[in-house]
Design a protein around this ligand. Structure first.
Ligand code: CDT
Length: 314
């Protein structure tokens, strides 16, 4: 099988509260058709790609919250996307809010799936690093209540052999954490696909706006290089219900270089021909884990969660 494929980050402009699932799926299908025209074999859609970024609001009723969740995938509204992907022979990644019955109770996760060119689901990931708060932040212009609406993912960081390479997923805030990528790196990951909804404003602290995009790219570039893998990252962008989301969807090479990046804050397809083998020399040399990692000094990483000031000379 070829070790090359044309990948696409399918950035989405704003999805407003009033927009129906059907209208969003039409946009996804339109991007999928553009991708076919460019010879793409894999299309990466954003996190929570079917709705507005609903954790920015506090809701009174669980029934209202649950309107943002999918109970089946594909369901009646998302089926046209699966059908079109199968017809075109294109795989895709899709983020959505998942409601399921598991372990005898109702559970809710921030989830993504990887779908093969035959339209079958290859794998599922549930977001582990949930940002924000469980309680509303007083006086903030908007909220970020992922810790209230979702459980921490319970599937770890799996990788799958598919599309001619070894692929893994993470979701938005996960991309900022080296542990996310190193776990998949240790499983030989060659491409990490992800979606994000990153507000252009920090509700906790006064932070220059330009840092939002800088931190978005710098974390993914570093993690790509340190694990010798591609990253295909797709944003929800623009002013959604009046609240700004950064764009900057991109495809990052295993060298850490940005190979392609979005030019707009709207629906936009960012494409690049990816050679899975490009990361091989990095994995053989500077980040040859087998040769150079020193796990006897890393124990604290899994034994301790928070930083505790503990200078060794005190
Ligand atoms: N959706 C999501 O995970 N957003 C977070 C906001 C954190 S604010 C720094 C993100 O990492 O972009």
């Amino acid at each position: 099988m070829s070790r090359r494929l044309v990948a696409a980050a399918a950035q989405l402009g704003p999805i407003h509260r009033a927009d129906s699932r059907a209208s969003v799926v039409r946009r996804l299908v339109d991007l999928m058709r553009q991708a076919a025209g460019r010879g793409c074999e894999l299309v990466v859609y954003p996190e929570l790609a079917l709705t507005t970024f609903f954790p920015r609001w506090l809701y009174d009723s669980q029934d209202e919250i649950d309107t943002w969740f999918e109970r089946e995938m594909p369901g009646p509204e998302t089926r046209p996307l699966f059908d079109e992907a199968k017809r075109l022979g294109i795989g895709f990644h899709l983020g959505y809010a998942e409601l399921c019955e598991e372990d005898g109770r109702t559970r809710r996760f921030n989830t993504s799936i990887l779908v093969g060119p035959d339209g079958d689901i290859v794998g599922k990931y549930r977001k582990i690093h949930l940002p924000g708060t469980a309680e509303p932040v007083p006086d903030a212009p908007f909220q970020h209540l992922e810790k209230r609406y979702f459980e921490v993912g319970n599937l770890g960081f799996p990788v799958w052999r598919t599309h001619g390479g070894i692929l893994g997923m993470c979701i938005c805030n996960d991309r900022r954490w080296p542990e996310t990528f190193r776990v998949m790196g240790l499983k030989g990951v060659e491409m990490v696909v992800l979606g994000y909804n990153t507000p252009d404003f920090n509700i906790h602290v006064d932070e220059p706006k330009h840092l939002r995009m800088f931190h978005n790219h710098v974390t993914m570039q570093a993690n790509a290089y340190q694990n010798g893998c591609w990253v295909v990252a797709s944003a929800k962008a623009g002013f959604e219900d009046g609240f700004g989301l950064i764009g900057g969807s991109c495809i990052i090479a295993p060298t850490g270089e940005i190979a392609a990046v979005a030019m707009t804050e709207d629906d936009e397809l960012v494409t690049c021909e990816v050679d899975f083998s490009l990361g091989d020399y990095i994995k053989r040399t500077v980040f040859n884990f087998e040769k150079h990692r020193r796990i006897e000094h890393y124990g604290i990483i899994t034994e301790q969660t928070g930083a505790i000031a503990s200078p060794d000379n005190e």
